[in-house]
Design a protein around this ligand. Sequence first.
Ligand SMILES: NC(=O)c1ccc[n+]([C@@H]2O[C@H](COP(=O)([O-])OP(=O)(O)OC[C@H]3O[C@@H](n4cnc5c(N)ncnc54)[C@H](OP(=O)(O)O)[C@@H]3O)[C@@H](O)[C@H]2O)c1
Length: 288
Amino acid sequence: MKILVIGSTGQVARALAAQAGKHDVVRAGRPQIDLANPTGLADLIGQASPDAIINAAAYTAVDKAESEIETARALNETGPAALARTAEALGAPLIHISTDYVFNGLGGAPYAEEDPTAPLNVYGQTKADGEQAVLAAHPGALVVRTSWVYAPAGQNFVRTMLRLGSERDQLNVVADQIGRPTEAHALADALLVLAEHLRGGAPGGLLHVTNRGEGSWRDLAEAAVRGAGLETPIHGIATSDYPTPARRPGDTRLDLSKAERDYGIVLPDWRESLERCLEMMGVGGRGA
Ligand SMILES: NC(=O)c1ccc[n+]([C@@H]2O[C@H](COP(=O)([O-])OP(=O)(O)OC[C@H]3O[C@@H](n4cnc5c(N)ncnc54)[C@H](OP(=O)(O)O)[C@@H]3O)[C@@H](O)[C@H]2O)c1
């Protein structure tokens, strides 16, 4: 299958290219395509003539979004809506990626796809609006919500913890937010399978796809730092002790049963995918 990925250097875009296998994955990032000013989409899709499109581009700077609302909205809502309209007009199946941050984290149990969204921050609000806009423009599109994404390269929590763990005497990490950390290559494998299903006529809608298991940011930091052989003490702190411009939800575990039931998709436990990530970074296998 030929799969056109919107986004080039992002964590998920790169992982999709790395995991392509039998598929021909073509990435289109800036300056070729600017989702904030999405002219030329019809030409891009028409020329590429893909069997499916995966939109891995987004405004992902959660704190910065609080002060860059218009840019976040352009990249997370209006740009994806334009992409969805064009894909629909050209008959191209579309997977759009969304986030656990569409929820407020107060549910007390894993969120199902149909649970009402209630974002706490601008990023989450623009992503929630983007989901609706994409599905309105392209009812056959699949909107895949994932969470806490990291990869061997790019800006992410795991890489930050490894850097700080080697620079500082101790780390203080938020321990009262829980979710399902997800490694980009594991997610990419699932997205490629989903693209095949979509091409084969599977229905669109919302779908939750993350690594299995759950943990706090502190758990993720601990597993990453120990896995890299560092002994830096890691103390758990409360969200209230780490003020950020954007409010964060407390418990955004996503219910994964639909992906398993309808598509047979079961990603590894997050600790297993984290180990693989550390190996790809050349720092793995050093844990106790
Ligand atoms: N990161 C997380 O923790 C997380 C959690 C849940 C859901 N998600 C979702 O997962 C998806 C992928 O995220 P990620 O972590 O791979 O993101 P990322 O590493 O921050 O990469 C962002 C991507 O967006 C592209 N982009 C930014 N501005 C653009 C513009 N004006 N026009 C076109 N493309 C633009 C970048 O393009 P270039 O390639 O051109 O630089 C890059 O490929 C997003 O939908 C995100 O909301 C992420």
